[in-house]
Design a protein around this ligand. Structure first.
Ligand code: PTJ
Length: 250
């Protein structure tokens, strides 16, 4: 669909096109459309901007990615649709492995996501393996790659659904997520939640990592940045921000 640039909701409509197109190409699941709608609603409440609060989480997430011994980026259909180039760029700059992991089971779609990431510059994309399962998890997301999520100490899981974050934490891993919904179980259980739109947060996360690297920030400083982080406070502040926006709208 051709959307005129002058449309007041041009950016939002173009993003919908990305998701709709990814469903047609077999990258995103049709359930991804619903997930996207929910994200849009929270983004609206947030004022469709990256808050100071989100910037704090982004900085700590960047520090934790650099401190990780074995970081892995988990990619589902929506993340692949909305930020493929940025996810690949993140994997190269950290560096971290990229692994396909989807909730709505489909081998065909897993392969489509892999292909899409390779088209967007990825050299290697790990796939889930039947013999390597994350404990405390029933869904299709339990399957992991032995050289990826299975052995990761830090897993980056943007736009996650429900229970996997909890399971990853129970398996001794740290989890970083991007989720516009501060009330979601993922947001509540993650080590670090970036309450922002993946499309706005990814470039900022990459810049933050580049900055730490260019300043040769020491492990001690990175640890200090992580040590003061309080995810519950971030979620509460995000909700307060939405509340303030709501009250000042009309
Ligand atoms: O490809 P699959 O099969 O793994 O499925 C991917 C989806 C996203 C459909 C699946 O993981 C799912 O159903 O997720 P949920 O439970 O709807 O959770 C997705 C979360 O991401 C929700 O809390 C949304 O508010 C949030 N979200 C949606 N769009 C964005 C977002 N957060 C950040 N940026 C977005 N653009």
């Amino acid at each position: 669909m051709k959307i005129p640039k002058s449309h007041p909701r041009f950016a939002s409509l173009m993003t919908r096109e990305l998701i709709a197109d990814a469903v047609k190409k077999g990258i995103a699941s049709e359930h991804g459309l619903i997930a996207h709608g929910r994200g849009e609603a929270f983004d609206y409440l947030l004022g469709e901007k990256t808050t100071e609060n989100a910037k704090k989480s982004i900085k700590v997430a960047a520090a934790l990615m650099l401190l990780a011994k074995y970081p892995v980026i988990s990619i589902n259909g929506n993340a692949a649709a909305l930020a493929p180039k940025e996810l690949v760029a993140l994997s190269k700059i950290v560096p971290a492995k990229l692994e396909v992991n989807i909730f709505h089971k489909s081998r065909h779609r897993e392969l489509k996501i892999k292909e899409h990431l390779i088209k967007n510059g990825a050299k290697e994309v790990l796939m889930p393996q039947k013999n390597f399962q994350i404990k405390f998890l029933e869904s299709n997301r339990k399957y992991a790659n032995k050289d990826g999520i299975y052995k990761a100490d830090v897993v980056f899981v943007p736009l996650e659904d429900g229970d996997r974050t909890e399971a990853l934490i129970k398996n001794g891993k740290k989890v970083i997520t991007i989720d516009l919904n501060p009330l979601s179980r993922t947001a509540k259980n993650a080590t670090i939640t970036i309450v922002d739109n993946i499309m706005r947060a990814m470039p900022l996360l990459i810049s933050s990592i580049k900055r730490f690297k260019s300043l040769k920030t020491s492990e001690k400083e990175l640890n200090f940045i992580c040590s003061n982080y309080d995810n519950k406070k971030i979620l509460k502040d995000s909700l307060n921000e939405m509340d303030t926006n709501l009250k000042s709208t009309l």
